[in-house]
Design a protein around this ligand. Structure first.
Ligand code: HEC
Length: 165
């Protein structure tokens, strides 16, 4: 019955989306069923990755910080503060961000493809740091925005493939 309602709502028009979401909430915290069963398949084909709730919560908090970091990077670029933009990328999205966020613990629950997407993002961030630092000297901003695009496409790629709820 539960699955039927969600499937029916998903198959219907956008107007019924709130109905589907309301049903989903009944499944428990963040849509996770209480009994730990796999939630209904997403109609978009993303792979469900099972994690203990505290690990998923830590990962999502980290994700929100990723988005905030991007916002701060854009703000600094707008001000012409390339060093500050590079520092935010390095500390919050780059290879050196891996330690403080307990990324290793989260990574242990990720399938290989998802781990690869995470590494791609950290690499793209480290690349952005180099490009932004160079632009501080050259004054050419185009490579900076291109590197920022590569970085955000790493977010998009992982989101397209995986879900935790
Ligand atoms: C390795 C995979 C991966 C990468 C890389 C990644 N994300 Fe995520 N992100 C996820 C998953 C999985 C979710 C949860 C999606 C779901 O279950 O619906 C998520 C959720 C989020 C959320 C929602 C958080 C919440 O509280 O609901 C935000 C915001 C977010 N990501 C931002 C980003 C940004 C910005 C980047 C890039 C700088 C990024 N993510 C890179 C996998 C990733």
């Amino acid at each position: 019955m539960h699955r039927f309602i969600i499937a029916a709502a998903a198959a219907a028009t956008l107007a019924t989306v709130p109905v589907a979401m309301a049903q989903h909430d009944h499944a428990g915290r963040g849509g996770q069923p209480h009994d730990g069963a796999t939630p209904p398949a997403a109609s978009d084909g993303r792979e469900f990755v099972r994690m203990p709730d505290p690990v998923a919560e830590r990962m999502l908090a980290n994700m929100r910080d990723h988005l905030q970091a991007l916002q701060e990077i854009n703000e600094q670029l707008g001000l012409g503060h390339l060093d500050a933009a590079a520092r935010i990328a390095e500390q919050r999205l780059g290879m050196s961000s891996l330690g403080p966020h307990g990324a290793q613990e989260v990574a242990g629950f990720m399938p290989q493809g998802m781990q690869g997407a995470g590494s791609d993002m950290h690499r793209a961030a480290s690349r952005f740091v180099i490009v932004a630092t160079d632009a501080g000297v050259s004054g050419d901003m185009r490579p900076v925005f291109s590197a920022l695009g590569t970085l955000t496409s790493a977010c998009v790629a992982c989101h397209a493939g995986y879900r935790v709820r």
